[in-house]
Structures are given as C-alpha cells and as structure tokens.
Design a protein around this ligand. Structure first.
Ligand code: DGP
Length: 113
C-alpha cells in the first residue's frame, strides 16, 4: 500500500526502532508509548485490520501471534503483558494497517475499557 505509514516503516522509508523481524513480521517501538514497554507487531503484508483478514493468508496472521511471546521474552516481560489490536473507529484505530500492541513492564489496570 503506497500511502500506508506502517508499510513505509516496513520498507525503511520511515525510521523506526526495530525490536524483531522475520520474513512475515516486523515489530518496532511505539512512537508514543503507553507503558514502559510498548511494541507494535505488524504483518509485513498490508491488511487494514482484523476486520479485513478473511482473504489474508493464515501464515501472516499466525506469524504475528507467534512473534508476540518471543518479543515479550526478549523484552524481559516476565511478569506478563497485554496484547491489544484496535479495530475500527470505536476502538480508536488510528493507523489502518493491522497491528498488535504489546504493553508491559508495569502492573496494568484491571479494566480494559
Ligand atoms: P492504533 O491507535 O491502535 O491505531 O495505534 C497506532 C499506534 O501507532 C499508536 O500507538 C502510535 C503509533 N504510531 C503512529 N505513528 C507512528 C510512527 O511513525 N512510528 C511509530 N513507531 N509508531 C507510530
């Protein structure tokens, strides 16, 4: 996707702080962290959100999910962490490229919304 911010990050056209990468997945630090550790995990192939994944290859999705515990371990999140994927306007999704937030490094609030 030509004008997608996260596609540009994957291509290196916009700088990011990479924490993990493989053939399918790119993960980088969120520009405005909401927890001591705040990493975004994205598929390299563009898809706008979970709502748009019907025709999206399972491998791309699975690799994102499999990367999450690997990254959490790498980041030292031994006490646990939260994974969030905002989907659509009610959830305040601001970048229309599927992403999973990994949030950790502190005691999270009990309520999620
Ligand atoms: P969401 O609101 O769920 O769509 O999350 C989008 C996240 O993307 C938000 O937490 C801020 C982050 N973000 C936006 N622009 C950039 C950027 O240029 N670089 C990085 N590293 N993160 C960004």
């Amino acid at each position: 996707m030509e004008n997608c911010l996260f596609c540009k990050i994957v291509k290196g056209e916009i700088p990011s702080t990479k924490v993990y990468e493989n053939e399918y997945v790119y993960a980088f630090r969120d520009i405005s962290p909401q927890a001591p550790t705040h990493v975004l995990v994205i598929p390299k192939e563009h898809v706008s959100s979970l709502d748009d994944t019907e025709a999206f290859p399972d491998r791309n999705l699975a690799e994102c999910l499999r990367a999450i515990p690997v990254i959490a371990k790498q980041e030292g999140l031994t006490g646990g962490y939260r994974v969030v994927s905002n989907c659509g306007p009610d959830a305040c999704q601001s970048v229309p490229h599927l992403h999973f937030h990994i949030l950790g490094g502190t005691q999270m609030a009990d309520r999620m919304a």
